[in-house]
Design a binder for this molecule. Structure first.
Ligand SMILES: O=C(CO)COP(=O)(O)O
Length: 152
């Protein structure tokens, strides 16, 4: 696949997602970094987003709840280049009914090469990275060229 680049802007669009046993951990992380996160545009799956809003007062664009399609909505935004960073505390110790959607979300984040944290220490590394507070060029699939080649 040919690649092109896009710029992750200084003010980022950040998606926040947590499975039920990981929600308290994500809420603590968001509270710790509330001042920084408040400068960015936040998205989340339904329950996670409403809990963040309620507990921290941060404004969050809440999708549907994960099992009802929220993971897929976040994945669609990633495919459209509308999400710059994914913080997804997924639960490695409990099964969820929408496991294919979880896999699909993580897959699309990898396809579109956005930074992903699946646990708290990675989230800490990301938010403390100098790259977090500046514009960053990332390589992404060159969709237009991909389409042109397929239509030849
Ligand atoms: O299930 C989820 C992610 O797979 C999260 O969904 P909720 O935020 O609605 O709990």
């Amino acid at each position: 696949m040919e690649q092109t680049s896009r710029t992750i802007p200084e003010l980022k669009h950040i998606a926040l997602v947590a499975h039920d046993h990981c929600k308290s951990s994500l809420l603590q992380w968001v509270s710790t970094h509330k001042a920084v996160l408040g400068n960015h545009t936040l998205y989340a799956t339904g329950t996670t987003g409403n809990l963040i809003q309620r507990e921290t007062g941060l404004e969050v664009n809440a999708m549907l709840s994960g099992p009802m399609g929220g993971d897929q909505q976040v994945g669609a935004l990633i495919s459209e280049g509308k999400i710059d960073l994914l913080i997804f505390f997924w639960d490695p110790l409990n099964a969820v009914p929408h496991d294919p959607d979880v896999k699909a979300l993580l897959r699309l984040a990898t396809v579109w090469n956005i930074p992903v944290a699946t646990n708290r220490s990675t989230a800490d590394f990301i938010i403390h990275s100098p790259l977090f507070s500046q514009p960053v060029d990332i390589l992404i699939p060159d969709y237009q060229r991909y389409l042109q080649q397929r239509l030849q």
